[in-house]
Design a protein around this ligand. Structure first.
Ligand code: HEC
Ligand code: HEC
Length: 251
């Protein structure tokens, strides 16, 4: 008899204990649930807009390469300013600089495949290493520089001078007109999105005050509603011929 009384009183004591601790705990948790929102303290220094957006930056986000006129950088200069960030340490599986075993199989794919991959991107390798303002020739030079450091015998094209010679060899009146008719006309014939019209001297004069080469450099990179190279996918030299055609007929 007394044994079962002890058991019963233990049971009651347990229920009281549970009520004393459990009920306030439950209420506390409920209050917490409804007042704490997402549980993220936006006043923490790690939660500022800058800190958050810095964390959201993709790997290899656009870097601006400065110094020298556009297109004039050597392979070494491009490597050191852009490609090194991954290829020096082998980040994300990038073949390391001067590592002949990492580069051997890649070099045997041929120079053209390699620079095509470097310009357009290849798996975790971003297009132009993430620096959209590099010209195709600059990327090619960097590929030659990197390949040669790992045992290839690629030819690093001459800087700037050769590009200009290439421009002169492409006739603005024929090839330039052909590109204009197929690509640029969409905006530059009607003045779509504020494009300076073909033949509109007043619209072109202020854009040509620093010379046609400056306008080519600007248009190659893109300017506001003008997409890089007007969306033309051919070479920089061909694009330059199209600009010459536009300008020659607008002065
Ligand atoms: C954000 C990191 C990153 C940067 C910056 C970067 N690379 Fe790469 N690159 C890679 C990775 C990763 C690979 C390996 C891709 C694979 O094989 O899947 C690679 C591979 C390559 C290859 C070999 C492609 C092939 O077909 O095997 C070349 C050539 C190359 N990169 C050139 C460059 C050049 C030139 C630059 C600078 C303009 C550059 N990379 C900048 C990450 C990078
Ligand atoms: C989608 C419309 C569009 C296409 C296509 C286009 N352009 Fe443009 N372009 C523009 C606009 C808009 C501007 C003016 C941008 C500004 O000043 O804000 C412009 C400006 C220019 C300029 C002047 C840059 C400067 O220094 O002020 C040149 C040169 C040029 N385009 C060349 C071309 C050539 C060559 C092509 C064809 C290969 C082409 N564009 C295709 C919209 C276009």
């Amino acid at each position: 008899m007394s044994g079962s009384n002890v058991k019963a009183s233990k049971g009651i004591a347990g229920m009281i204990l549970a009520a004393v601790i459990g009920v306030p705990l439950f209420v506390y948790l409920l209050i917490k649930l409804f007042t704490s929102g997402s549980g993220v303290d936006i006043t923490r220094p790690t939660m500022t807009t800058e800190a958050v957006s810095a964390r959201l930056q993709p790997v290899g986000s656009i870097k601006v390469v400065d110094g020298g006129p556009p297109g004039s950088k050597s392979g070494k200069a491009v490597y050191e300013s852009v490609c090194l960030s991954c290829h020096d340490t082998g980040l994300a599986g990038a073949p390391k600089f001067a590592d002949a075993s990492a580069w051997g199989a890649r070099i045997s794919k041929g120079f053209e495949t390699l620079w095509t991959h470097a310009i357009n991107g290849f798996n975790a390798m971003p297009a132009k290493g993430g620096s959209a303002d590099l010209t195709d020739d600059e990327v090619k030079r960097a590929v030659a520089y990197m390949g040669n450091a790992a045992g290839a015998k690629f030819e690093e094209s001459k800087e700037a001078g050769v590009a200009t010679a290439g421009i002169a060899a492409i006739d603005p009146a024929t090839k330039g007109k052909e590109i204009y008719d197929s690509v640029c006309m969409a905006c530059h014939a009607t003045g779509l999105a504020g494009a300076p019209k073909l033949g509109d001297k007043a619209a072109w004069a202020p854009r040509l005050k620093d010379g046609v080469d400056s306008a080519i450099a600007i248009a190659t990179k893109g300017l506001n509603a003008m997409p890089p190279k007007g969306g033309y996918s051919g070479s920089d030299a061909e694009f330059a011929a199209a600009v010459h055609y536009l300008v020659n007929n607008s002065q």
